[in-house]
Design a protein around this ligand. Structure first.
Ligand SMILES: [Fe+2]
Length: 280
């Protein structure tokens, strides 16, 4: 059987944030993930709501329950870090929510829903200085990032961040503006991957629908599939390297090459919307 989708943003841990209130609800959400074609997920609680040191044990408990119930989902630990929360974590705590191999570790950084773009840029710079690449969670919900021809978003992408569009935004669950921004990202090639940001049955995973929506927007099936499968899987296995400066073409939207060092020139800019991300 072909590998399934990989969901790098889902609130799956029981009783820690605004996700499932208990283990039964976690198993229900996990079942929805599997029904959506997902075989691997990272549990990404809001970091401010959880003791980071407890995440591995909580994830292990969820994996044990999944095996016991015969639900074929593999869960890895992670966290959704708010921009204001970056300075509050110790180096060990930052590493505790990071993914990828040494030298290509990355963190899921939340684009602030209150539109505090300057705070986001400062936080992102701080993470890069600490050696982390950044997967930017749902930038489409941070509307000022789209001012001035997406200047704020392009700044982050030019510095090596990868933009994670939420399938719930494409489904219209966060309003017309967020959906319009998500569509714009997909059409312009600025979307690096699509994850669910699922919280439960009322905000379920919908990666299959998002993939179809991407195809309807003009992406090839190969490209759309990569956004929900190959790219997120590669991010886990090969990571994302931080880049301080990439030079020429920095204002465009990059095409992600998993695990690549952008300074080696293995990332192409500006004409990515119709092509599938390369895999190395
Ligand atoms: Fe989230």
């Amino acid at each position: 059987m072909a590998p399934g989708f990989v969901d790098l943003h889902v609130h799956l841990l029981p009783g820690v944030d605004d996700g499932p209130p208990d283990l039964d609800a976690t198993l229900e959400l996990a079942g929805l993930e599997v029904a959506d074609g997902i075989d691997t997920a990272t549990a990404t609680p809001h970091v401010a709501s959880v003791d980071v040191a407890e995440i591995p044990a909580r994830v292990a408990e969820v994996n044990r329950a999944l095996r016991k119930e015969g639900i074929p989902l593999v869960v890895e630990g992670g966290g959704e870090l708010s921009a204001r929360g970056v300075g509050r974590l110790s180096p060990a705590e930052l590493d505790g929510i990071a993914h990828g191999p040494a030298g290509a570790r990355w963190i899921l950084l939340e684009a602030p829903l209150d539109g505090a773009v300057a705070t986001l840029h400062r936080a992102a710079d701080q993470l890069r200085d600490a050696g982390y690449g950044i997967v930017l969670a749902h930038p489409e919900r941070c509307h000022p990032l789209f001012d001035h021809d997406m200047g704020g978003l392009r700044r982050e992408l030019a510095l090596g961040s990868l933009a994670q569009v939420s399938s719930s935004s494409l489904a219209g669950l966060h309003g017309i503006r967020a959906r319009r921004n998500a569509v714009r990202m997909l059409r312009s090639g600025c979307a690096g991957l699509i994850s669910s940001d699922a919280h439960g049955p009322r905000r379920p995973p919908s990666l299959t629908a998002a993939m179809h929506a991407a195809c309807e927007l003009g992406l090839t099936h190969e490209h759309a599939h990569a956004l929900v499968a190959e790219t997120p899987r590669s991010l886990l296995e090969r990571g994302l390297r931080p880049v301080a400066h990439i030079g020429e073409g920095a204002a465009g939207c990059g095409r992600y090459v998993a695990g690549s060092d952008l300074s080696e020139g293995r990332r192409s800019f500006g004409a990515a919307s119709a092509a599938a991300p390369s895999r190395t």
